[in-house]
Design a binder for this molecule. Structure first.
Ligand code: GLC
Ligand code: MG
Length: 554
């Protein structure tokens, strides 16, 4: 193995002084409405989450992140917040959250909650107060109320799109010619971050949950908030492009937003131990992304460039390489994300397919799991989305009548939306609702998920769940996994990625994205493999296609 040439060093990453937990935490995302229901109303809730914490501790993750559980009309799955310092009564109480924090800490899990600073729900008291006044009022100054174009103001103030489709502007009722801005759904009016009151209110929210014991926040659309002065027209992009990423134009990634993160960092640093942030910023480049994690800003951001990599060793290698370089330039750890509540589940994304009826889900699952195992072996922090450890596929055939994603409505059904990755988790049993609830799940579960339940997989050593548990154990036990260095190795095949985690007991990670078996000369002990591996007559390791393998080097 030592003969393998170094492809491209990454040893210029300076060693760290402090080993902060968030630098290499594996964070498990919980989408509360779809995780576990305790009271039979078909909607997952906080007591349901609390009852499943031992499962997560058993899985071996380091932290959980809860998507919003705040009071909400649920017009955007809870990302439309009425009161950011309370819990939706359907999901529980602030005391339930306190219980989750206490139990999590007891189990060695940290807790992130979500904060949504770009907008409130239109049912937030501030928006209701604004609606009761005329544009120009102090109440409206908390939002963006703008005179439209055209003689009567009958045209929207600019050409911005909503990220969910359609225009980003809605007429203000009762005040002809005036519009309010919403980068997302009409029910999510954007906040005006030029108004100091907004800053103060969000700092109150941060402190409210920090004081209660949460360890950090996941920041929703951290690249919006501040808009270009004068709200100028943006580049004309087609709707699909807007919805794919909302990355360009005067509504996104403005320099001023970084001041907000500096302010927030001071709040987090005022706690002992310091609290942490992970930002959601769908920006165009890894450099732009890294700017969010400069030393006095956010601790980490989601790496969506990795999420978008497709099944090709060269593409994957490039995105890992640039992610490492750009994050190390600002001293932040990279993160590895394959899945969340906004994107197609990777099992289906990686499936070779011609149309919705001819998807090769088995291959998709092999690839998704292999990618996930690769990501768990990379330096930095990794994210798992609930159900990823069960190998759940995207539910692509939800009937239109059950869909709830505003994207579906705003595009008149042209874009199906994100409900298919939010289908409730199958815990046990042979048929829906698979132990998720005693009632009727808020989204229907497929009839063929019996083999995918946590219960079924717990009983099977060869299951996807068993593999994740194994990987997370090895990751915890190995001194070279988690934060640290990475060395690219030459596998001898363009379609086999070879990554070494150097150190006292080095680990080599191989990923075969090719279409056949590949032999790699390597001397060591196989710690984990997602597909077939064997030895050829020359003693080389033969790795099957769509397979990731971790090897403890001799
Ligand atoms: C983020 C959330 C997404 C939500 C949007 C608007 O992208 O992840 O679910 O719809 O922000 O808040
Ligand atoms: Mg419930």
């Amino acid at each position: 193995m030592t003969e393998l040439p170094v492809r491209e060093g990454n040893a210029d990453i300076p060693p760290r002084e402090v080993r902060d937990w968030w630098r290499d935490a594996v964070v498990y995302q919980i989408y509360p409405r779809s995780f576990a229901d305790s009271d039979g109303d078909g909607l997952g809730d906080l007591p349901g989450i609390r009852s499943r914490l031992p499962y997560l501790a058993q899985l071996g993750v380091d932290a959980i992140w809860l998507s919003p559980f705040y009071p909400s009309p649920l017009l955007d799955g809870g990302y439309d917040v009425i009161d950011p310092r309370d819990v939706d009564p359907r999901l529980g109480t602030v005391d339930d959250l306190r219980g989750i924090v206490a139990d999590s800490h007891e189990l060695g899990l940290r807790v992130f909650v979500d904060v949504v600073p770009n907008h409130f729900s239109w049912e937030h008291p501030w928006f209701k107060a604004a609606l009761a006044t005329a544009p120009g009022s102090p109440e409206w100054d908390r939002f963006h109320a703008v005179r439209g174009k055209g003689p009567e103001g009958e045209l929207p103030p600019n050409n911005w799109h909503s990220a969910f489709g359609g225009p980003a502007w809605t007429p203000i009722p009762g005040h002809a010619g005036w519009w309010y801005l919403h980068l997302f759904d009409t029910s999510q009016p954007d906040l005006n971050w030029a108004n100091r009151e907004i800053h103060e209110d969000f700092q109150r929210t941060l402190r409210f949950w920090f004081d209660l014991g949460v360890d950090g926040f996941r920041i929703d659309v951290a690249h919006s908030l501040v808009k270009a002065e004068g709200l100028p027209d943006g580049p004309v992009v087609d709707e699909d492009e807007v919805m794919a990423g909302s990355e360009r134009g005067p509504a996104w990634d403005q320099p001023g937003v970084h001041d907000v993160w500096r302010e927030w960092r001071r709040v987090a640093d005022s706690y002992d131990p310091p609290r942490v942030f992970v930002g959601e910023a769908w920006v165009a480049t890894t450099e732009a992304q890294a700017a969010y994690t400069r030393p006095d800003e956010l601790h980490t951001t989601f790496n969506f460039h990795f999420l978008r990599a497709f099944w090709d060793a060269t593409v994957i290698r490039d995105v890992i390489g640039t992610s490492l370089l750009t994050s190390s330039a600002v001293g932040a750890p990279p993160t590895w994300v394959l899945s969340n509540h906004d994107v197609w589940r990777p099992v289906t994304r990686f499936a070779p397919w011609r149309d919705a009826h001819t998807m090769d889900i088995a291959t998709g699952r092999r690839r998704a799991v292999a990618m996930s195992m690769l990501s768990l072996a990379l330096p930095g922090s990794a994210y798992l989305y609930q159900g990823e450890e069960l190998g759940l596929p995207e539910v692509v055939d939800l009937p239109d009548e059950v869909r709830q994603d505003p994207t579906f409505f705003r595009t008149e059904g042209r874009v199906k939306g994100r409900d298919g990755c939010r289908v409730p988790i199958p815990w046990s049993g042979d048929a829906p609702p698979y132990g998720f609830t005693t009632g009727t799940p808020w989204l229907p579960q497929p009839a063929d998920w019996a083999g995918l339940t946590a219960e079924a997989q717990e009983a099977d050593d060869s299951s996807t769940l068993a593999l994740y548990r194994r990987a997370l154990r090895v990751r915890r036990e190995s001194p070279v996994l988690g934060d640290g260095e990475l060395i690219w190795r030459e596998s001898g095949h363009d379609d086999v990625l070879a990554v070494e985690r150097p150190g006292e007991r080095p680990i080599l990670v191989l990923l075969n994205t090719g279409d056949g078996d590949r032999a790699v000369a390597v001397d060591g002990e196989v710690l984990l493999h997602t597909g077939e591996v064997s030895l050829d007559p020359d003693g080389a390791l033969v790795i099957a296609p769509d397979t990731c393998c971790w090897i403890a080097l001799a």
